[in-house]
Design a protein around this ligand. Structure first.
Ligand code: NAD
Length: 261
């Protein structure tokens, strides 16, 4: 990828990212840090998170704010967002990225495993948005309107409906509807809500788990752009949606999949 765009409206502004330790989340932590945003993130994986913070601190001079939080623990998640705003200043953007795409056949789903799947893939997004909107609303009423942007991660699987992940697909389809609904609820406070639907993004975990040469050849046959989709490219879309450059865009879903759908 060539040089990335520069978004002056992101400099110095607080951006909160869930699941920022690895994969697309880590690419977004880095991308916002390089825009000189005040980056806060949470993740379960504190080892990967601390090593990302070490690297970014040595490369940019600023250490991202990190807390080890399970986003399915709603009070802990909401308190963490409040704490980050307290430490770093008014919230410009929330990126709801953490998810779990564990495969499961319909047969093996139990009421508890279904609830667990919704807790990570849908509920956390709503409850993070709820507290973020409250904080963005408070900041807005103080003086000048500053607005805010909430970016929710869906997936092209919400459109394609592949087998062996009914809970994940249902949750990711729910994210599209939720983003539209919250855009309507929060528009008066100048808070925008949009969804990103990535295609197959080549993260380390995908390389380790699913990306066999056969599977990749199959994917390449189905896309228009015959190149790997990288986490950095998804991060570029998140930067645009968080910045003031997209200030009249809300309630939309953005697919980034090299032309798969
Ligand atoms: N990678 C892809 O091909 C792809 C495709 C479509 C959509 N997406 C979506 O993009 C987003 C990021 O994808 P990814 O591949 O980087 O995800 P990933 O599963 O590799 O990483 C998610 C991060 O969230 C963290 N996490 C998981 N459960 C958590 C919890 N309960 N609390 C806190 N942190 C937790 C993980 O430790 C990890 O760092 C997800 O919403 C995913 O559904 C990814």
């Amino acid at each position: 990828m060539g040089e990335c765009a520069n978004y002056p409206s992101l400099a110095g502004r607080c951006v909160f990212i869930t699941g920022g330790a690895t994969g697309i989340g880590a690419a977004m932590v880095e991308a916002f840090a390089r825009q000189h945003s005040q980056v806060a993130f949470v993740d379960l994986d504190s080892t990967a998170a601390e090593s990302l913070c070490d690297r970014l601190e040595s490369e940019t001079g600023t250490r991202p704010w990190f807390q080890q939080v399970d986003v399915t623990d709603v009070p802990a998640l909401q308190n963490s967002i409040k704490q980050a705003v307290n430490d770093l200043g008014p919230l410009q953007a929330l990126v709801n990225n953490a998810a779990n795409d564990r495969r499961h056949s319909p047969k093996e789903v139990t009421p508890q495993s279904w609830r667990d799947c919704m807790a990570i893939n849908l509920d956390a997004t709503f409850f993070a948005a709820q507290v973020a909107a409250e904080l963005m609303g408070e900041a807005n009423s103080e003086a000048k309107k500053q607005g805010g942007s909430i970016i929710n991660f869906s997936s092209i699987n919400a459109l394609l409906g592949p087998s062996n992940m009914p809970g994940y697909v249902a949750a990711k389809a729910g994210i599209v509807g939720l983003s539209k609904a919250l855009a309507a609820d929060y528009g008066d406070a100048d808070i925008r809500v949009n969804a990103i639907l990535p295609g197959w993004v080549v993260t380390q975990r995908q390389l380790d788990t699913w990306l066999t040469p056969e599977a990749e050849a199959d994917w390449m046959e189905q896309v228009s752009l015959k190149q790997r989709l990288l986490p950095e490219e998804v991060a570029s879309l998140a930067l645009f949606l968080a910045a003031d450059d997209s200030r009249m865009i809300t309630g939309q879903s953005f697919t980034i999949d090299g032309g798969r759908t």
